[in-house]
Design a binder for this molecule. Sequence first.
Ligand SMILES: Cc1cc2nc3c(=O)[nH]c(=O)nc-3n(C[C@H](O)[C@H](O)[C@H](O)COP(=O)(O)OP(=O)(O)OC[C@H]3O[C@@H](n4cnc5c(N)ncnc54)[C@H](O)[C@@H]3O)c2cc1C
Length: 482
Amino acid sequence: MHEYDIVVIGAGPAGLLVAGDLAALGRSVAVVERRPTIDRRSRAFAVMPRTLEVLRQRHLSDAVVAVGHPQDRVHVPGGVRVDLSGLPTPFPYILVVPQYVVETELDRYARQSGATVLRDHEVTGIELDRDGVQVQTSRRGESGPRLGARYLVAADGAHSTVRSLLGLPFPGHTVIRSVILADVVAEGAPDGLSIGVGGDAFTFLAPYGDGRRYRAMGWDRHRQPAEDEPVTDDELRRLLERTRTDGVTIRTVEQAWRFRSDERQLRDYRQARVLFAGDAAHVHSPAGGQGMNTGIQDAANLAWKLDHVLAGAPTEVLDSYQRERHPVGRSVLRRSGAMLRLFTLPDRIGGPARAAVGAALRVPAVRRAVAAGLSGITVRYPGPGVVGRRAAMIPTAAGLMLDRQSDLHFVLVVPAGDDPGPTSEVRVLRRDDRGPAVLVRPDGYIAWAGTAADGTWRDELARWSPPPRRQRATASAVHTGH
Ligand SMILES: Cc1cc2nc3c(=O)[nH]c(=O)nc-3n(C[C@H](O)[C@H](O)[C@H](O)COP(=O)(O)OP(=O)(O)OC[C@H]3O[C@@H](n4cnc5c(N)ncnc54)[C@H](O)[C@@H]3O)c2cc1C
């Protein structure tokens, strides 16, 4: 017997979302986190539209949007502007908000849903047994509680202890060193997010929305001090002068530090009863602002699958986590890496490459594709036709699909005239446009599309579900004559 259904290691965004969802679904969940409190020295500051949709499904977006600053434009070198305002989402912008705000909301979600969050506890050992996992913790150097669970989610970040304890390689390499990250008060910066490149250096500015304060990032090919060397105000000012023509000037540097970034990805996100999510599974540079966003999507993809497997669904359901999320992680690494290289290539080669990209971005369709790619709304999972696409914007008689799935269950959405017959297995909603019937997974992606009356959606539902539901589905199918 195990004390918990799930133990999650790491109370970052990925771990807290997985814990919150599983607890909301009625699972017993413990989260083990080394830090005593949420880290206020924020890393991520760009929350993408698809992540805001995931938060809205859980009634968490209002609190985050209330303190963030929506930015619907990204200024790229060459005077081109990528505009997100036309994206088909309730959040057609990048929300600039410190990571700790997102973590605070997710922490509240996890606790209110019933998860136990053990802060100031560190994982020091793991033992896999036949039907579960034993986790050894320590607290301030003393031995802490030992926790038993049927599954373990390793969301313990880029330097994952779980990965090390299991001896798993994290293939990849360091791609950039000595990048400056700072909070500054500045004048003359353009509205929106902006990137400056030139003189073998780049800078990036994201407004905090009060017209004065900005999150700044900067890098200089010719100056690469150790990461613990303090950043000087002058250094940052000179970098901005060299990389930009928009006349922005820094008044005050509030805080600044340096970091390096790796590009790495775990080969298998699942090792028996251990599942990896977020930075523990993939890391890349902050170019494109995707790390936290991707980790939150991993978590949303994983939680309901674990719940179904715990309820008796075949463990193959968990294989779909690897099948769906590993390629997304790989493509995020590729795109973020390409962006980073574009900014950091020496001017001799980088100049022409940047000019070519600038020319491509003058084509509206290319700009729209870049905006959609950044936003996360174009992520789709394998499947024919609309299967695998997100269902958020499907209109139902009761409102947007996005707002009809906060219980994290499957929903069947049927157009007028397509009667699925008596159904006890899923909630049925009326589709308010001319699209086909769709079966929508708990994470908001389409699992099946067709004619509800022919009952084939039941086969798809059964693939993800525990046997009792399969039996019920069969009985119901017989009952309805299919
Ligand atoms: C400068 C910078 C800017 C960034 N900007 C963006 C951005 O704009 N948008 C974006 O999406 N992403 C951005 N990122 C990336 C983002 O910060 C990470 O991808 C995100 O924090 C990953 O979340 P996570 O939950 O996977 O891991 P983490 O946030 O790293 O959380 C892991 C947690 O596990 C805990 N832990 C580790 N080991 C143990 C242990 N043995 N026992 C107990 N607990 C443990 C840690 O204390 C930590 O709290 C940026 C990163 C950097 C460095």
